[in-house]
Design a protein around this ligand. Sequence first.
Ligand code: 4AD
Ligand code: MG
Length: 454
Amino acid sequence: MELAQIFKSQGTLEHKELVFLGRVRSNRQGKVVSFMILNDGTTINDLQVVYKTTTNGFEEGLKARVSSIVEVTGTIVLTPGKQQPFEMQATKIELLDQAIEDYPLQKKEHSSEFLREIAHLRARTKTFNAIFRIRSTAAFALHKFFQEKDFIYVQTPIITSNDAEGAGEQFVVTVNEDKDYANDFFAKKAALTVSGQLNAEAFAQAFKNTYTFGPTFRAENSHTNRHASEFWMLEPEVAFNDLAKNIILIEDMLKSTVSYVMEKNIEELKFLESNLEAGLIDKISKIVNSEFKTMKYEEVLKVLQKAIDNGHQFEDNNIYFGLDLGTEHERYICEVVNKCPTFVIDYPKEIKAFYMKQNSDGKTVAAVDLLVPGIGELIGGSQREDNTDKIKERCIEIGINPNDLEWYISLRDYGYYKSAGFGLGFERLLMYITGASNIRDVIPFPRTPKNLLF
Ligand code: 4AD
Ligand code: MG
């Protein structure tokens, strides 16, 4: 029987004999009674097995080292008042596979740095088991939200010729040199996608409500705890939507996703609250329960300047129109000023992507970033530019040849009335929900500069 099932039906299992197959977390021998802590991966909870040290049938059990696989036959005994609600009294223990002596994960606290070096094993620890359970639930919850609204899930390509963000941060795809077709495989430069947005926009014109959710790749040489070279992004795109509707969709999506995770993974969240971040559950409830605020970029500048005038020190105190807000500014706005998730809209066009709709003021675009406490930017999105001349002009300004994006720009010529969407950094959401302070700790096998283990 699996451990998750045993936990669900512990009361009804009392005194019934059952067989349990799991991995040894610890095996402590006493003179009379010995204790084995087991887990089979189906829950973060462990099973304590009690067995008599000198009774026949436990010779193999006594030998089992940490991480060995054992099969235990025994009965469940409720133990109210003890640390665990029940334990198993063994009648037989079979050692199915003995682990080597120096298993890297012993029963002590390991640093997250050390655990990153053994990413193939770290999911066996309670903390990472909890994090990756939540990752699985959150991915499902996002799909659930959009599927229940009848959005079409479009799988946009990984290999592409578009630099969708126009930032020149792509990984180039090459063919093994020993192939005679190595130089000209696609007959143009191919790269890994930085965003599925442009393709999703084409689908939005066919289906109205669409989203893509998959891996994206960025060759940014940033050594921060919030950037990865490979990360997952969820990008909805909705035809006929403007910026205001885009913002409503973001808030609905986050409220729905976080509340689903809180319902499904409350045990994991409680564990992470006591191990990674105090007050975690209260913090994430704010996504569900508080109204998000909206501020214009120019208002944000004023608030930052006022804070500086009143003596607040940022690392960068030079505030001017055109400043690309730093994480310290973003966090100040949502943590200190508003104390809740905050949408910032209408950024200067120079610091935003070429496809964003230019506002009538001639200097800002209909962009939105969602800033959340502890993280900074969680989501970036916009209403899309519908004027082909303006898009082409912006392309040229940033050094993209508009002919290379002819297919994308031409969508505007075939009947087009507004389109808006956004990109949610899935790992940033997970950092927020789990309390992990480094993005590498919410990715099963992370890729960052100088780090391509596993
Ligand atoms: O703001 P970004 O660059 O927006 C886009 O890619 C648009 N195409 C989205 C759209 O409108 N469809 O990225 C979106 C989000 C960011 O807010 C951030 O959360 C996350 O993706 N992100 C990263 N996460 C981890 N590592 C990185 N290197 C990231 N770069 C962006
Ligand atoms: Mg952004």
